[in-house]
Design a protein around this ligand. Structure first.
Ligand code: C5P
Length: 324
């Protein structure tokens, strides 16, 4: 029997880029938030010894470079097991859009393959494999609101937010993440010529803003959906705390149409709008699902393909993961 898993997307509620490390990755701090929009990942086992990726989307590589392949391969090696693993990806999310879809697909493969093999990895083994395959994988082991540190792979669960309505727009431009990081380095080097260099200043500022925001959040039980009043406070606090995505400073000048989308989201009533990861997805958070749907309709009328979704708390992330 095949196992099918919903592979949810993430957005970044702010992202601060720190100094380039000796391993050529950048130190960073971010707050990840999973959302309900998802791909489907189906894992099938049969006799033999191979990993096959099937996907109708031509933008998805179906070879050994695929993150799902890399995770499945490491799992089989760890267990010293042989099997023919067929992984079928049904894509709804943009490929390389800043929503962590490829990383999420890989973690969904991990959960599905454990269930298919009737074997479980220890928590630290899951984390090791995920961190090895990419900086954005470990957050999907937790889901919900997650603090990301290190190169993004050190993850800590944060208190749950109330469910927030979200509109995502992915303009058809390909932003290269390594290039965006390199552009950031150039920007910072230019600024360092004017002010004394302090590569960690962005991280300290982000920590303070995140603290200010999170300390206002109620550490309460299960969030309530569709209640505009509950959504209002964390949203306004998020804006007030000045939580931003540093990538906007290098990506917007190159792709001004992304800045325009942010303005449209704000004009259409988003309380908070931002680039996700290094883009190109822009998202807006709204007080109610009705406001989000209305904004999406108006944006569609202007020719912007908008996807309406909502933030997905950790409890729901887990409960909704396996397709019954
Ligand atoms: O970890 P991941 O495979 O997603 O990283 C892709 C690329 O993005 C890295 O090779 C590196 O160039 C850049 N990166 C970085 N600092 C990070 C994460 C990624 O410079 N914290």
């Amino acid at each position: 029997m095949a196992v099918t898993v919903r592979s949810f997307a993430k957005i970044n509620l702010g992202l601060a880029i720190g100094p380039l490390r000796a391993d050529r990755f950048h130190a960073l701090e971010t707050i990840y938030q999973t959302v309900a929009a998802h791909d489907l990942v189906k894992v099938d086992l049969s006799r033999g010894s191979a990993i096959e990726i099937r996907c109708r989307n031509p933008k998805v590589p179906c070879d050994e470079s695929n993150t799902c392949y890399r995770v499945a391969d490491r799992m089989l090696r760890h267990w010293k097991q042989r099997a023919k693993v067929t992984i079928t990806l049904e894509k709804n999310l943009p490929v390389q859009g800043g929503l962590g879809a490829g990383s999420s697909n890989a973690v969904a493969t991990m959960f599905a393959l454990e269930r298919e093999m009737k074997l479980e990895l220890a928590a630290e083994e899951r984390l090791r494999i995920c961190a090895e395959v990419g900086s954005d994988l470990p957050l999907f082991l937790l889901g919900g609101t997650v603090l990301g540190m290190g190169r993004g792979e050190q993850v800590y669960p944060l208190p749950e937010l109330p469910v927030l309505a979200c509109v995502m727009v992915t303009p058809p431009v390909a932003v290269s993440t390594p290039k965006a990081f390199a552009d950031w380095d150039a920007l910072v080097a230019g600024e360092a010529a004017l002010t004394p260099p302090n590569g960690s200043a962005t991280l300290s500022k982000f920590s303070r803003s995140a603290f200010e925001w999170l300390s206002h959040l109620e550490v309460s039980g299960v969030p309530v959906d569709g209640d505009g009043d509950r959504a209002e406070t964390p949203l306004l606090d998020l804006v007030r705390a000045g939580i931003e995505n540093d990538f906007e400073r290098v990506v917007f000048p190159q792709y001004p149409e992304l800045r325009d989308v942010k303005r449209v989201l704000e004009r259409e009533g988003a309380d908070y709008a931002s680039l996700s990861g290094s883009g190109s997805t822009m998202f807006g958070l709204f007080r109610t699902a009705e406001r989000a749907a209305q904004a999406a309709r108006r944006m569609e009328a202007e020719g912007l393909a908008a996807m309406v979704t909502e933030t997905l708390p950790r409890s729901q992330y887990r409960a909704q993961m396996f397709v019954k």
